[in-house]
Write a protein that binds this ligand. Structure first.
Ligand code: F1P
Length: 342
């Protein structure tokens, strides 16, 4: 897992240099589609959720994210003229294949985002976006997750330009920023892990792409570190979940944009006196009040677009890895989990 996390910057650089043509074609198809659906399972669904929020924010297009297993609940709404972005690193996840086959039979076009260009998903797809991450040995997805997001953000950027927007301007600097961030964040995550590895449960919070990354963080904490973690939108945490937040439940709260500040401030105020250790994972300069109400502030580079999701994802991968090591677990081989779910 740790080796594969360190491979991420060079994979993204390769995608930036090689994926342009494929991305352009897929983006054209998405641009001209009636409805846009996204299907995937596990980490691949979470990457799809980043795509969903980024598409709304950067390209002003609405999409419908569906976990592959729930496809049947939506199948009657999908028809010719629609496009389905099917995401699966292995290209073998049976629910994702089933959803893609049914969507294709209904006349939709399939954009398959996969790490295996020979896989059944690639064969079903009209457009294949190959994420070039190399074989992922650890069961816990890391490098394929960030590669999926990066490829998907390249598509969003292109759709945005076709819609007359500016695209995602900082995408080109992400590989370099990720490289420096990993060296910065690795000792920080090791330190935090040594403080909190005994706690068996955690909350991960965020909104928009911050929520998508909170979901992935919760999944990594479960898979690699055996921690029961629940992802919640920051604002929703105030509508019930806060009642069980306390001393033994670390809260990781993503704060990537100015728009996030209000809900975070309100939640921190609600939680005053609860003893809940709040870790702000933030790319903005939060004020002293917010700092003083946090147990710790993890600063990540100030990217101002959905690209920030990649840097934050790497932080949670490192954190889950080091918690796993502190708990004497094997992060590469989560209990009862295999690389492909059929
Ligand atoms: C989906 C997935 C992974 C998870 C585990 C089981 O795989 O849920 O995200 O970490 O490996 O499968 P895929 O469809 O992306 O291959």
């Amino acid at each position: 897992m740790i080796k594969e996390i360190h491979e991420e910057p060079s994979i993204l650089k390769k995608l930036w240099e090689n994926l342009g043509g494929r991305v352009f074609q897929a983006a054209q198809r998405i641009y001209s589609s009636d409805k846009i659906y996204i299907v995937g399972s596990g980490s691949s669904y979470n990457a799809g959720l980043v795509f969903h929020y980024a598409l709304a924010h950067h390209a002003k297009r609405i999409s419908i994210p569906i976990t592959s297993g729930e496809y049947l609940y939506y199948s009657k709404t999908i028809s010719k003229g629609d496009v389905v972005i099917a995401i699966s690193q292995s290209g073998y996840t049976s629910d994702t294949l089933e959803a893609s086959r049914r969507a294709r039979d209904a006349g939709a076009s399939i954009v398959g985002v996969t790490n295996n260009p020979e896989s059944p998903l690639a064969r079903i797809s009209d457009y294949v976006i190959y994420i070039m991450a190399g074989k992922e040995e650890a069961v816990t997805a890391t490098k394929t997750f960030t590669a999926q997001i990066y490829a998907l953000l390249m598509i969003v950027s292109e759709v945005s330009k076709q819609e007359g927007g500016e695209g995602i301007e900082d995408l080109g600097v992400v590989p370099r920023t990720l490289l420096s961030s990993i060296s910065l964040l690795e000792p920080i995550s090791r330190r935090i892990a040594s403080d909190i590895y005994r706690y068996g449960s955690a909350f991960t919070l965020g909104e928009g792409v911050g929520y998508a990354i909170a979901r992935e963080a919760a999944l990594k904490l479960k898979e690699a570190a055996g921690v029961h973690a629940e992802a919640i939108q920051t604002s929703e945490a105030r509508h019930g979940p806060k009642t069980i937040m306390g001393k033994k439940t670390p809260i990781y709260c993503n704060v990537f944009f100015e728009e996030d500040l209000d809900h975070v401030a309100k939640l921190q105020k609600d939680l005053e006196g609860s003893g809940a250790p709040i870790y702000l994972v933030t790319s903005i300069d939060v004020d002293d009040n917010m700092r003083s109400r946090s147990f710790d502030v993890v600063s990540i580079p100030p990217l101002r677009s959905a690209s920030i999701s990649i840097i934050a994802a790497a932080f949670y991968q490192l954190l889950s890895y080091y918690i796993s090591i502190s708990r004497l677990l094997d992060p590469d081989m989560p209990r009862m989990l295999s690389k492909v779910v059929t």
